[in-house]
Structures are given as structure tokens and as C-alpha cells.
Design a protein around this ligand. Structure first.
Ligand SMILES: [Cu+2]
Length: 324
């Protein structure tokens, strides 16, 4: 016959009243202390955003962000992972401890702990607390990353099309603003998007055909580019590192999706002003880049060989015997 909990509770009470109760109480106290220690450590990491991620290769998250927003998202990931690991180690420890400490030793029914209100209260409150803390920090970082301002220092319109990019430097925000200079990618030349460090930059995205996605891996951020009237907008408060960074389309958009690369060239604000002035004076992007002492062509990626010829693109019109 299976004992109901009400049948065995008196035994549990008697058990705890035994002479061993003092030792058990001390052990319980030590367990609570250990739990508090693990929780406190996780909270500490969460609050300080300590960069232990570098020692663990970012726990799978790309490192080397070039904007404050990228670093904030990285810190959130690292802190969340540490908190998850702390909870995981604590729970795994409890499981193994229970398996060993309370393994079957005889036929006597062990002490039952059903309807233990403090413990059930803890089971309910602890997850709610953990989720609340994670939600709180996620909401803060997400709001920060999605924030757009009324007057960014630089506005660039990103136009995606199958299968390349056009970058329009604008004199204001929104679709009514004017393009003052433009860079258009071609099959032969990778488009280079030139932007300055230390200035807030607004990206306004629009597509000519299907959905693409604007992605510079070092910004640790990508956002879809939609066709039609939807104008996807995001901002970075500044770019912190000069250099050349490859950019990609991150949305499967058709045959040559994987070849839809561009380059982000981050330069000093002075060089950026000179570049824009050269563009406005009618120079090509390559000439303007050379005029500020930058390499004229992309250095992080190269035009892909499309291998599109008359014979393989339109086999029906190919001369007889020119291939399968
Ligand atoms: Cu695309």
C-alpha cells in the first residue's frame, strides 16, 4: 500500500526532533549559505558586466564590437550566460547531492517533504526573481540599442537591391531629405560605405525588390531591409574604431545573395568631411577615397566571379557544342 503524505508526516516530525536534528540544521544552514553565495556571485557579474567573456571566447558571441551599442549587447549576453551557468551549476549540484545523499539504503520510507511551504515558496519566487532580473536588463539594453534621435550627426540611406547596395549620404532624416552624395555597387566594384568615428549615425534602410538584411558583423547588429514604404531605421551613437569592415546581406534574397557584400570604411571625422566634400564636387567614390589617403577599393572583400556566361545563363541560345 502506498503511504499518503498525511500518513508519513508525523514520522517526519519525529525524525527532525531526534538528537541528529542539530547537525542536520547546521548542514541546511551551510546549504543556504552556498546558495546565497552562488546567487550573489551571479548578481555581481550581472551588475558589473565583468568582461570574463574574453576568457571564454565570448561564450559564442562575436567579440570586437565597434559601437557602444555593440558592447552593451555583448555585455548583456555575457552576464546572462554567467547567470544561467551559475543557476545551472547550483541545480546540477543539488541533483547530484540528492542522488548520493538520499540513495536507497533500506526499505524504510524516507522523510517526505510534500507541502513544505517554505520550500515551495522558494521554488516559485526564485525563478520569478531570475526572470525579472534578466527581463529588466534586456529591456534596458534593447531600449538603448533601438533609440533614435531627432538630429543625428550623419544620416545614410541604405538601398538594397538584387544583388548589391547603394549608399546615399543625406542632408537630413526621413524620406523627404535630399541625397548629397551616393555610392553604387556594381558587379565589378564593391561599394564602400565611408563613415566617421565619434559621430552619431542614422541608417535608413529601403529595398528596391525583396527583403534583404544590412549586416556589418562588427556592429554585432543586423536589421532587415524591406521593400515598399517601410523604412527601417536604426542608429549608433558613434563608431569607435577606424578601419575596414566587411558588410553582408543576411537575408536569403536570391541566387547571388551570398555575393552581396560591401565594405564599411570607418575614418576620422576630418577625413570623412573631406571625403564628402570630394564626392559633392563630383568625384567617384574611388577618387574621393584616394584623395583622403585611403585605399580606393574594398580590402575586406572582393567582387565574386558570377560565372554567368551566355552558355550557362541561357543554354538554349548557346551555339551547338558549347557545353551541357
Ligand atoms: Cu540580399
Amino acid at each position: 500500500m502506498v503511504a499518503r503524505s498525511s500518513d508519513v508526516r508525523p514520522s517526519a516530525v519525529r525524525h527532525s526532533a531526534s538528537p541528529q536534528a542539530g547537525g542536520r540544521g547546521r548542514r541546511r544552514g551551510a546549504g543556504r549559505l552556498a546558495g546565497l553565495g552562488v546567487g550573489g556571485t551571479a548578481l555581481l557579474f550581472l551588475l558589473t558586466g565583468c568582461d570574463v567573456g574574453a576568457a571564454f571566447d565570448g561564450f559564442g558571441w562575436p567579440q570586437g564590437g565597434i559601437s557602444p551599442e555593440a558592447n552593451r549587447m555583448y555585455d548583456l549576453w555575457i552576464a546572462s550566460t554567467i547567470a544561467a551557468l551559475a543557476v545551472g551549476v547550483f541545480v546540477w549540484g543539488l541533483i547530484f547531492w540528492c542522488v548520493i545523499r538520499y540513495r536507497k539504503r533500506g526499505n524504510e520510507l524516507p522523510v517526505q517533504t510534500r507541502f513544505n511551504m517554505p520550500m515551495e515558496f522558494l521554488y516559485t519566487i526564485a525563478p520569478i526573481l531570475i526572470v525579472s532580473v534578466l527581463f529588466y536588463y534586456t529591456a534596458i539594453v534593447q531600449t538603448d540599442v533601438d533609440r533614435v534621435t531627432k538630429n543625428p550627426d550623419v544620416t545614410v540611406e541604405v538601398v538594397a537591391f538584387k544583388w548589391n547596395w547603394q549608399f546615399n549620404y543625406r542632408d537630413g532624416v526621413g524620406p523627404e531629405a535630399n541625397t548629397v552624395a551616393s555610392t553604387l555597387g556594381t558587379t565589378e566594384v564593391i561599394p564602400v560605405l565611408v563613415l566617421p568615428t565619434g559621430r552619431s549615425i542614422r541608417f535608413e534602410e529601403t529595398s528596391k525588390d525583396v527583403i534583404h538584411s544590412f549586416w556589418v558583423p562588427e556592429m554585432l547588429f543586423k536589421r532587415d531591409v524591406f521593400p515598399g514604404k517601410v523604412r527601417n531605421v536604426f542608429e549608433v551613437s558613434e563608431l569607435t574604431t577606424e578601419g575596414a569592415f566587411v558588410g553582408r546581406c543576411a537575408e536569403l534574397c536570391g541566387t547571388y545573395h551570398s555575393m552581396m557584400n560591401f565594405e564599411l570604411r570607418v575614418v576620422s571625422p576630418e577625413k570623412y568631411d573631406q571625403f564628402l566634400a570630394a564626392k559633392r564636387a563630383g568625384k567617384s567614390t574611388q577618387e574621393a577615397l584616394e584623395s583622403i589617403g585611403e585605399k580606393p577599393l574594398a580590402e575586406t572583400t572582393f567582387p565574386f566571379e558570377t560565372r554567368r556566361t551566355e552558355s550557362n545563363f541561357n543554354p538554349d541560345s548557346a551555339p551547338a557544342g558549347s557545353g551541357s
